[in-house]
Design a protein around this ligand. Structure first.
Ligand code: ADP
Ligand code: MG
Length: 276
């Protein structure tokens, strides 16, 4: 494939509000590949997504992110998007006053060269098809972005944006949360249909359910700000059956939070017993 593109993350360290969350992430995603990222809550999955997209709250303290060798960390959020990176957020924003179709049209227009314009006819045809593929309500183009949308509608709307924008790299952060079984299948199939030599994805999920509909090539487990294990699909069913404890044991990882709580409880017991 000569048009293959590569998003590469090396030794990425990042912090939010003075706290180090990412502690050395290495991940290479090529177009044509779908990578799943799994891991317990609070281990830095959404932080990784935010850092790749360039959220202002997160500071990178070491490491690099490159797109075909170009420094992504130097790009504005807008530039990252124009270069083909797309993020479906875990909690999509509601924006009043901007309709869904205007939002997507503006984002598509921003990707074109100066002087080029989207054909309104083509846009509407494409939009209607995407709405149909996702079995969404037909009044959707005229509604304000995510305003009053149910959790599941917001998630489908993120996939609608992805289908319209056709990014080279999509990062989908818990796109499956809040979806019922039917929606899950629809969303999974629509992501699967994006598969092409020009499309790569990082799909963050805690459940194996979405992955029933979505063929993934690689699975990575994040714990405590690091990818601690990578493998193929067999990891998904193992995690589904056994959770994450076996990885902790295998790698001798201690659960920081659990330890802290245990010490606090021990501390208070000791305090009580000395008082008595
Ligand atoms: P995950 O997506 O794996 O559940 P996150 O990346 O959302 O985990 O969070 C990792 C850690 O970073 C958590 O301890 C969380 O509280 C903290 N964190 C994430 N974003 C922020 C933020 N904007 N402000 C403060 N703390 C944050
Ligand atoms: Mg998250």
């Amino acid at each position: 494939m000569n048009n293959m593109r590569t998003l590469e993350i090396k030794n990425l360290h990042a912090r939010v509000e003075e706290k180090e969350i990412l502690k050395g992430i290495d991940l290479k995603v090529n177009t044509g590949e779908i990578h799943a990222i799994m891991g317990p809550n609070g281990t830095g999955k959404s932080t990784l997504a935010s850092v790749i997209m360039g959220h202002y709250k997160y500071q990178t303290t070491a490491g690099s992110i490159t797109l075909d060798g170009e420094d992504v960390l130097k790009m504005s959020v807008d530039e990252r998007s124009r270069k083909g990176i797309f993020l479906a957020m875990q909690y999509p924003n509601e924006i009043s006053g901007i309709t869904n179709s205007d939002f997507i049209k503006t984002a598509m227009q921003a990707r074109l060269a100066e002087g080029e314009h989207i054909s309104l006819f083509k846009f509407i045809k494409q939009f209607d098809k995407a709405v149909g593929d996702l079995k969404m309500r037909s009044d959707l183009p005229h509604r304000y972005l995510n305003e009053g949308f149910s959790g599941g509608e917001k998630k489908r709307n993120e996939i609608l944006q992805m289908k319209m924008l056709k990014p080279n790299f999509a990062i989908l952060d818990e796109i499956d949360s809040g979806l019922d079984v039917d929606a899950l299948r629809i969303v999974g199939e629509n992501i699967n249909n994006m598969r092409s030599a020009d499309f790569g994805a990082i799909v963050i999920t805690h459940y194996q359910r979405l992955l029933d509909y979505l063929d993934v090539d690689y699975v990575h487990i994040i714990m405590n700000g690091k990818i601690v294990k990578s493998g193929g699909k067999e990891l998904i069913s193992k995690i589904d059956e056994e959770g994450y404890d076996w990885i902790k044991e295998e790698l001798g990882i201690e659960d920081e939070e659990v330890n802290k709580k245990a010490h606090a409880v021990l501390g208070s017991c000791a305090f009580k017993s000395t008082k008595e």
